[in-house]
Design a protein around this ligand. Structure first.
Ligand SMILES: [Zn+2]
Ligand SMILES: [Zn+2]
Length: 327
């Protein structure tokens, strides 16, 4: 099933034609739980990876901030238990509740596996695999047809208490013999282990974050919002949810420069992992095909207190390191 963003509630470039100069396309990924293979674009799915290539690991060891360490098996079992209880509630029209057995199987809120498990290198987990053929806003080196995003599924104090992200571009035809099963970390922070999802990519038009527009234009848009009750930020400029390309929403801290650590060039938004597809004030972005009670966080990833993790790339070279910002 395709996913279609409903028309925006106002024609913003009809009202403010100058916005065309501050516009870009983005590809909403619309991840939904499924069974992707390494031949598919996915969120949290298996990666097309060479059998003889090293799997990336994080060696930050003791410097990780430790909070509720869980085994991946526990995270998956907990999701099954909660999904079963939700399905029962939906089927019977009753209130969501867990049986005593289910409750006993879920880890207590304050439970954590021993932090000694972090003294070993932590294999990164697949976050997204994106084939150029599926993603209208794919960006990558000439000839590369595959972008892979991985992260260390723990909090890194020197990365804003976020997962540490790595990106890889590949020529899929060059992979050769494929890795059958990726190594898994002994423990993760549960909200950084995405549910395996298939994608329903859709290209949308975005407009730059208000604080990064010329002040005079931003002021006129703000005055128009006050007059009409429309929201440029929530409904008219930036798509929420997992996406490729487009612009970042800087509403948490206000904009700060993202410059390449290698060459100082202003970086470009490559990829966004998000805590929800249309939560909070962004309900207008819920796809037309989906009912109001559809789960709004299908990948079950939470960044901070429900924020987005933006991954930026250097436009001067794909070999320069990415950078991340939580907003
Ligand atoms: Zn790490
Ligand atoms: Zn650079």
């Amino acid at each position: 099933m395709t996913r279609t963003t409903p028309p925006r509630p106002a024609d913003i470039t009809g009202l403010f034609p100058e916005l065309r100069d501050y516009s870009a396309t983005a590809t909403r990924l619309h991840p939904r739980p499924g069974k992707p293979t390494s031949a598919d674009s996915s969120v949290g799915g298996p990666l097309l990876w060479p059998a003889d290539g090293p799997w990336p690991v994080c060696t930050d060891g003791d410097t990780h901030y430790v909070f509720q360490l869980r085994t991946p098996a526990t995270v998956r079992r907990s999701r099954e238990i909660i999904a079963a209880a939700q399905a029962r509630a939906t089927a019977s029209g009753s209130r969501y509740s867990l049986s005593d057995e289910e409750r006993a199987e879920l880890p207590r809120y304050d439970f954590s596996e021993p932090r000694e498990l972090l003294s070993q290198p932590v294999p990164l987990v697949p976050v997204a695999q994106l084939y150029r053929r599926d993603i209208p806003d794919f960006a990558g080196p000439d000839g590369a047809d595959l972008l892979q995003v991985l992260w260390c599924p723990l909090d890194h104090p020197d990365a804003g208490y976020n997962p540490r992200v790595r990106v890889y571009w590949r020529h899929s035809a060059d992979v050769g013999k494929r890795l059958d099963a990726a190594p898994e970390p002994a423990v993760v922070h549960g909200t950084y282990l995405p549910v395996p999802c298939v994608l329903h990519p859709e290209q949308v038009r975005e407009y730059q974050y208000g604080g990064l527009l010329p002040a005079e234009l931003d002021d006129r848009i703000t005055a128009w919002e006050e007059e009409t009750g429309h929201s440029y930020q929530y409904d008219l400029s930036l798509a929420p949810g997992w996406k490729v390309g487009g612009f970042a929403n800087w509403s948490l801290t206000d904009p700060y420069p993202m410059n390449c650590a290698d060459c100082g060039t202003t970086m470009t938004l490559l990829f966004t992992a998000d805590s929800g597809e249309w939560d909070g004030g962004s309900e207008s972005w819920r796809p037309a095909e989906e009912p109001a009670d559809a789960p709004h966080n299908p990948a079950d990833v939470t960044i901070g207190r429900g924020y987005s993790l933006y991954v930026f790339r250097c436009p001067a070279s794909y070999e320069h390191p990415p950078a991340t910002a939580m907003q």
